[in-house]
Design a protein around this ligand. Structure first.
Ligand code: NAG
Ligand code: NAG
Ligand code: NAG
Ligand code: NAG
Ligand code: NAG
Ligand code: NAG
Length: 482
């Protein structure tokens, strides 16, 4: 960590005068099996990691004794109207969310029991286990449209796919591809069974890192493990980080980070409802998603300027949190009495690794006035599935078709860089097709990931294209790249 980061990264101790109004948590999944062998599964270790992280968040936001408890939130029994928990259709992310929730609201024993009409008291099974539903982003439902566009629709933005693809033509990429060739070839004895010589290159930096990293955790007899010195492991990790950051963010092509933009939009609208309708809004919003979303958001919110560490892949079970609080004692504080604090825990949040506050958007404070937060977030935000999103993504089909009614094209003033919608639509479609084909080649090339699974997941018309984009934005839930 750089000096500046150290100075600023204090463990936030809420002052007595602070009231937490709500929080938005975005978490990565726990330890899992390698993506090289599908289906990828959450491991017992991974379940433990997210469970412990959930427990830490319980101690911060839920526990009755916590000084940072979310105002009025239910402590023992989960009140489903106060919570919103969502994860994409993915074993690893869904399983992680479920385990996290067990830490957040553990079995409540006799508290989770009810008295029947005949006088008998019944306790819920498994010591009063609390079943908190984990929503999937349901395609086609209007109320979920916003979240579906960014959870599943992680994918679905052709312009972002294109931008990510451009990384493979960049000077940075091509130079590393050449200069690291010997490094990857020397390690062949370790991973030859999965990555033959032609695939052992920087092009597969993430897949190879993932395979080796998972092996070092789970495989006591890695072939030629003597080659895996600490410095070699570090290099594998560094190269994977560079590769994934390249796909997730580029300052001169912000659309590449569209998943971070859509996340930003979702955060603002969710927290805003806690201010504008505190009684009816959900107090705690929990989302599970892939590391690529962290990376894109970090890039957009200028965290790499705080520390280069923010360009790296976050550890398993990492979480970032946006905490809405007020210093006012009024039950309906005005907007200028409300602040947002950004917290991040790299890996499992716990007493020894608590989430720490970092300054977003190049600010010098970790606590941003709500109005500043909103104006900064809005500079990077794109509401998934909105007209702006469709325009920026060059998407005119599926969910976006409504904005581009047939026949309107030739007369529409709504041009994209001078192109009519009809022309843009055709180009968009061609780009999309090209991208899909290109990505299929890429996916098949990269670590032998299979497409079958994700086709199944294409539950709505919008999802056809998405399938592709997720892929390129590095870590994509839906193709197991989580
Ligand atoms: C009360 O109702 C429950 C559920 O129908 C039943 O299992 C239980 O045996 C009943 N108890 C008595 C005392 O009738
Ligand atoms: C970032 O975008 C610029 C401009 O499009 C390009 O020149 C550069 O190569 C890109 N860098 C990466 C790493 O993709
Ligand atoms: C684990 O080790 C065995 C050798 O005991 C090897 O055959 C296998 O390929 C290794 N698996 C991974 C994922 O490294
Ligand atoms: C917050 O919600 C209110 C009420 O719905 C709305 O008028 C306002 O524009 C929203 N603000 C932001 C920043 O989204
Ligand atoms: C998180 O930890 C990983 C190593 O485990 C490191 O590479 C990365 O830079 C860390 N990220 C941050 C933001 O501290
Ligand atoms: C290796 O790369 C080739 C293309 O160069 C591809 O056809 C093949 O499927 C890849 N194999 C694996 C295991 O990734």
């Amino acid at each position: 960590m750089h000096a500046k980061a150290l100075l600023l990264a204090s463990i936030p101790a809420a002052t007595a005068a602070e009231t937490i109004l709500g929080a938005y948590i975005f978490s990565r999944h726990g330890d899992r099996t390698t993506k090289a062998y599908v289906p990828t599964k959450l491991t017992a270790l991974g379940a433990e990691q997210v469970y412990l992280s959930g427990s830490w968040y319980r101690s911060r936001y839920i526990d009755e004794k916590s000084s940072t408890r979310i105002n009025g939130i239910s402590s023992d029994l989960a009140d489903l109207t106060e919570l919103s928990v969502t994860a994409p259709v993915d074993n690893v992310l869904q399983g992680s969310a479920g385990n996290f929730l067990q830490g957040l609201y553990p079995p409540a024993g006799s508290v989770n029991s009810q008295k029947l009409a005949n006088g008998t008291t019944i306790e819920a099974p498994l010591s009063g286990y609390q079943y908190i539903p984990v929503n999937t982003a349901a395609a086609g439902s209007t109320t979920q449209a916003e979240s579906s566009a960014w959870l599943q629709g992680n994918s679905g933005c052709p312009a972002a796919v294109n931008s990510s693809q451009a990384y493979f033509q960049s000077k940075e990429y091509l130079e590393l591809l050449a200069s690291t060739n010997e490094f990857y070839q020397k390690l062949l004895p370790v991973y030859e069974s999965t990555f033959p010589s032609e695939n052992a290159t920087f092009k597969n930096a993430y897949s190879i890192f993932d395979y080796v990293h998972v092996s070092t955790i789970h495989n006591a007899s890695i072939p030629s493990s003597n080659l895996l010195t600490p410095s070699t492991l570090q290099t594998l990790s560094d190269l994977a980080n560079i590769h994934e950051f390249g796909l997730a963010y580029n300052a001169s092509s912000p659309i590449r980070a569209v998943v971070g933009s859509v996340l930003a939009s979702h955060i603002v609208s969710t927290l805003n409802s806690s201010i504008s309708s505190p009684s009816s809004s959900q107090k705690l919003n929990i989302q599970f998603g892939p590391y690529g979303t962290f990376t894109s958001f970090f890039g957009l919110s200028q965290l790499p300027a705080v520390s280069q560490d923010f360009t790296a892949i976050v550890d398993y079970a990492s979480s970032m949190t946006f905490e809405l609080f007020t210093t006012s004692s009024s039950s309906s504080p005005s907007e200028d009495e409300v602040f947002v604090r950004f917290l991040f825990a790299n890996g499992t949040a716990s007493e020894s690794n608590p989430a720490k506050a970092y300054p977003l958007f190049g600010q010098d404070k970790t606590e941003l006035p709500w109005t500043t937060f909103v104006s900064e977030m809005n500079k990077i935000a794109l509401e998934g599935g909105s007209k702006e999103w469709c325009d920026a993504c060059g998407e005119t089909t599926g969910q976006c078709a409504a904005y581009f009614p047939e026949g309107s094209a030739s007369v529409s003033e709504d041009k994209k860089g001078g192109m009519s919608n009809a022309v843009a639509g055709v180009i968009g479609a061609m780009v999309t097709l090209g991208v899909v084909l290109g990505l299929q080649a890429l996916i098949l090339g990269v670590g032998g990931l299979r497409l079958t699974k994700r086709r199944k997941q294409s539950t709505s018309e919008v999802m056809e294209v998405p399938a592709a984009k997720g892929t390129s934005v590095s870590d994509t839930s839906s193709i197991q790249k989580v």
